[in-house]
Design a protein around this ligand. Structure first.
Ligand code: MSK
Length: 633
């Protein structure tokens, strides 16, 4: 098991920032996930890892062994049924997280349209595009009036009870829509698909693994083409669609002379308010009075990605670095909302001046300080949080900031930006990208998404991306994977010259873009769906997403959300490769997900344990599509 903080020999930059910090005396007393993994002293349960432990009723828990008659569930459930149910519940868990996030963003959007927040409707062009999609009249109407109607229509998508499909499915290629209809997986109401998934996996309901997976696809599609897409688009309208900007990331972005406030979690409503309040004269005067130069806001995880993409605010750390950010002793407050926040954070700051400030009634933490964020009084909430952080500045004790550990990145590649950059100033379309794929300069598109994992080396994202771009595959990245790649220097335009194959290098150098594009946070994987759809619609690369030379991977996934994302990509026709999946204990179900589901959606899952094998499998999948399109010369 690789242990980046203990590795003395590798040159991994990420490992070096983590290792540098953890080798300091002040951080040595901190117990991190690396220690907890080592201290557990036991390997993972084989039934859990293989997907065949059933805890869905109280007759068990039942550990199932595939093919052994005496080892089915007490109710008679087989390994395939149990693994399918567990997989489906993981998809439902991930979808619920994106759904609850999206609902909060829509509520914030409505409050903004009513003038009840410090924010405003920024991207009017996108507002009109979305309004058109929902059939909302735009002529001679004020932007806030349109936004209010759009917000209310968007909110209705969550609780929709009739059986018509979600509105945004209309954005998909026509062939894709037809496939969903034929397969009976068009999502109806976003919440409904999660509820139905939980019901169908309750004891004694759906016993047939194909049928369970069908609902898992419908549920996942409600995430990708419903919740996540609504969240991304309405957030863009409200806070601005990302455009390329330079920024810096890693632990060295923390400042000695400023009040360091890190924002961690997912929903950017609070983070955006903090960005505004960090420039408030009253807050700045408070900071000065405390002896600080001002407020240094820095992101962690996907909240970090949201404000990085839109405002160029630095990112202090990704998921795997959240404990390290605090172990510096230089953070006055870590402000958290929902998802991917470790309970250990409050223990890491024990004895330090740092407060973990929880801000959402849905997510409290023992030993955290709770300051409820009120979206209707967002500015006041943000000021209250910052004033609290300022109050800690004078109490800062011993600290260590690895100052040389900060790396340049160019971020902000929304699908509109990719369209603009690759389409050229006068011709905004994906056609030039398609042409470059057809002429072979770009072999295809590879998405690297999702989390990081303490059990594996920090280097894995980098190794995969390096192999892809060397082979002329343009890489689009989201989530913590994107941050890991940024820390390794792949999000600089110069990386094309240093690492890319001849064709990709030529394209990147011509337009001045990096070979790895930061596309956003976890919910922004919906941008990838739109980009893939745009490629189909430009022509020349087939009639649906399944025909495109495009493939995705979340090699270091840890969150349920990553599985929901994987399933909505597969159900949308994009091949997806993970490092592992908890399905290996069920032979028929595994075969179905890893092969046979392709007959329904044109794509399936893949599993490869070695990073280089993941890259090779991605390239092979791309080449297979090129061959089928007749462009693999
Ligand atoms: S934050 S879900 S660790 S990508 Fe979106 Fe990162 Fe994975 Fe959380």
């Amino acid at each position: 098991m690789a242990k980046p903080n203990r590795c003395e020999s590798c040159n991994d930059i990420t490992a070096s920032s983590t290792r540098d910090l953890l080798n300091q005396d002040l951080a040595k007393q901190v117990r991190t996930a690396y220690d907890r993994i080592e201290d557990r002293g036991m390997s993972a349960c084989l039934f859990g890892s293989g997907g065949t432990c059933c805890r869905n009723c109280n007759m068990g828990p039942c550990q199932i062994i595939d093919g052994v008659e005496s080892m089915v569930g007490i109710c008679g459930a087989t390994a395939d049924t149990v693994a399918a149910r567990n997989f489906a519940r993981t998809v439902a868990g991930g979808t619920s997280a994106h759904t609850d996030h999206a609902r909060e963003m829509v509520r914030g959007f409505i409050a903004t349209a009513k003038g009840e927040t410090p924010h405003e409707i920024k991207d009017v062009e996108k507002l009109h595009d979305m309004a058109q999609l929902f059939g909302i009249e735009t002529a001679d109407r004020d932007k806030n009036e349109i936004a209010l109607e759009l917000g209310e229509r968007a909110l209705a998508e969550f609780g929709k009870q009739d059986s018509s499909p979600l509105t945004m499915l209309k954005r998909a290629p026509l062939k894709q829509q037809k496939i969903w209809k034929e397969q009976g997986v068009e999502p109806r109401g976003i919440d409904r698909e999660v509820v139905e998934m939980m019901h169908r996996t309750h004891m004694g309901v759906d016993q047939e693994y194909h049928n369970i997976t069908k609902q898992a696809s419908r549920c996942a599609l409600a995430d990708g083409w419903g919740a996540s897409m609504l969240s991304t688009e309405l957030t863009d309208i409200m806070f601005g669609t990302p455009v390329p900007k330079r920024a810096i990331i890693d632990l060295g972005v923390l400042r000695e002379d400023m009040v360091n406030v890190t924002v961690h979690g997912h929903e950017p409503l609070l983070a955006e308010s903090l960005c505004l309040a960090a420039e408030d004269e009253e807050i700045l005067a408070l900071a000065k009075k405390a002896g600080a130069e001002g407020i240094n806001l820095a992101g962690v995880c996907c909240t970090g990605n949201e404000i990085l993409m839109r405002r160029g605010i630095p990112v202090a750390g990704s998921f795997i670095q959240q404990e390290m950010v605090l172990a510096t002793g230089a953070v006055e407050a870590m402000v958290v909302d929902v998802q991917c926040v470790m309970q250990s954070l409050a223990q890491v700051v024990k004895g330090k001046h740092t407060d973990i400030i929880t801000t959402n009634y849905r997510a409290k933490m023992p030993d955290g300080v709770h300051i409820q964020f009120d979206e209707h009084d967002a500015y006041a909430s943000a000021k209250q949080i910052l004033a609290h952080a300022v109050g800690n500045f004078k109490k800062r004790g011993e600290y260590y900031i690895p100052k040389d550990k900060k790396f340049d990145v160019v971020v902000g590649f929304s699908h509109e930006t990719i369209n603009y950059m690759l389409g050229g100033r006068f011709r905004q379309s994906y056609r030039p990208l398609n042409d470059n794929i057809i002429n072979g300069r770009i072999r295809g598109v590879g998405a690297l998404v999702g989390c990081e994992h303490y059990k594996y080396s920090d280097d894995i994202h980098f190794e995969i991306a390096k192999e892809l771009i060397k082979n002329n595959v343009l890489v689009l990245a989201t989530g913590c994977a994107a941050q890991a790649l940024g820390r390794r220097g792949l999000m600089r335009p110069e990386a094309a010259t240093e690492y890319a194959g001849d064709g990709l290098r030529e394209v990147c150098e011509t337009v001045g873009m990096p070979p790895v594009l930061h596309v956003g946070s976890c919910v922004d994987n919906s941008r990838l769906l739109i980009a893939l759809t745009a490629m189909v619609k430009e022509g020349g690369l087939g009639d649906d997403i399944a025909e495109l030379p495009a493939v995705g991977s979340a090699p270091l996934w840890m969150s349920e959300k990553a599985v929901a994302i994987g399933q909505y990509f597969v159900a949308s026709g994009a091949h997806v490769i993970f490092q592992d999946l908890p399905i290996s204990g069920a032979k028929k179900f595994s075969e179905y997900l890893l092969k046979d589901i392709k007959e329904e959606f044109g794509a399936c899952w893949g599993v490869q344990s070695n990073p280089l094998d993941i890259a090779k499998a991605m390239i092979a999948a791309i080449d297979g599509k090129r061959e089928a399109l007749g462009i693999n010369k």
